[in-house]
Design a protein around this ligand. Structure first.
Ligand code: B1M
Length: 211
């Protein structure tokens, strides 16, 4: 496998051009898109988060890193999505209201598409009623909720309650995830499933639709 640490470093520095170049090179060298995301892009972002916490990085640094990561993700997406597999289920996914973090959700959505799911990505900062309307309209098998902030995590429970009120809870499975979310929290809010990362989300979503 190609050494992905320079790619991690480019993300950490928020160097978009370098991130795109190294991602393109890694793909051409035969590195799997999953490895590029997990060991190159995501590990770089982990460092960024740590530096923000310790006060070494500020908001603009996080924005630069996010811009670099999104640009690199665009390069790997086509290789993950072109599978020609039959659809194994419909997933409505989004980041909850008040939350502007969508990189992890994008990774999960891309992984699910690449595994044969039909994915309806509602984006970020999604109001509760938008999730409910889409689940109803698309007859979704799975609703995926992402939250990266401790302040927005509770909205996932609120959406599950809204699904119940709309009479949709028994027809859709709910999976939740995001850095601060845990299996215990998922249980506490009445979610059907939790995944720690994109790879695990594939396994769990397949189980949810009996595949
Ligand atoms: Co923000 N931010 N941020 N941020 N940011 C965090 C989350 C933080 C942990 C940083 C820190 O303090 N160390 C912290 C949250 C603290 C907390 O709540 N306890 C934080 C903060 C404080 C903030 C602001 C409040 C900062 C401010 O304004 N002062 C602000 C909030 C804005 C808002 O949302 N209202 C803010 C803003 C931003 C940016 C906009 C600059 C940018 C986001 C850009 C974007 O997403 N388009 C940003 C970033 C980049 C981060 C960090 C550095 C990286 C997040 C990321 O993209 N990781 C983050 C630190 C960290 O998480 N370590 C941080 C890479 C991504 C691939 O991983 O998102 O974890 P992740 O997704 C994983 C898994 O979690 C899982 O699978 C994914 C792929 O493997 N997963 C799911 C995610 N969703 C899932 C759904 C599933 C299943 C699995 O099922 C449906």
């Amino acid at each position: 496998m190609v050494d992905l640490s320079p790619l991690s470093k480019a993300i950490e520095k928020g160097d978009r051009d370098k991130s795109v170049q190294l991602t393109t090179e890694a793909l051409s060298a035969g590195t799997s898109p999953q490895d590029i995301i997990t060991h190159g892009l995501q590990s770089g972002m982990g460092v960024v988060g740590g530096k923000f916490s310790s006060g070494e990085y500020f908001l603009p640094d996080m924005l630069m890193a996010a811009r670099a990561m999104n640009a690199a993700l665009e390069i790997v997406k086509p290789s993950l999505e072109k599978t020609g597999m039959p659809t194994i289920g419909k997933v409505v996914i989004g980041t909850v209201e008040g939350d502007m973090h969508d990189i992890g959700k994008n990774v999960v959505a891309t992984f699910l598409k690449g595994s044969g799911f039909e994915v309806f990505d509602l984006g970020l900062n999604v109001p509760d009623n938008k999730f409910i309307d889409e689940v109803r309209e698309k007859k979704a098998d799975i609703l995926g909720l992402s939250a990266l902030l401790t302040t927005t995590m509770p909205f996932m429970g609120r959406i599950i309650k809204a699904l119940e009120a709309a009479g949709l809870r028994s027809s859709v499975k709910v999976i939740v995830g995001g850095a601060p979310v845990t299996q215990d929290y998922a249980n506490y809010i009445g979610s059907d499933a939790y995944a720690h990362d994109g790879g695990k989300a594939i396994t769990v979503c397949k189980q949810l639709v009996g595949k």
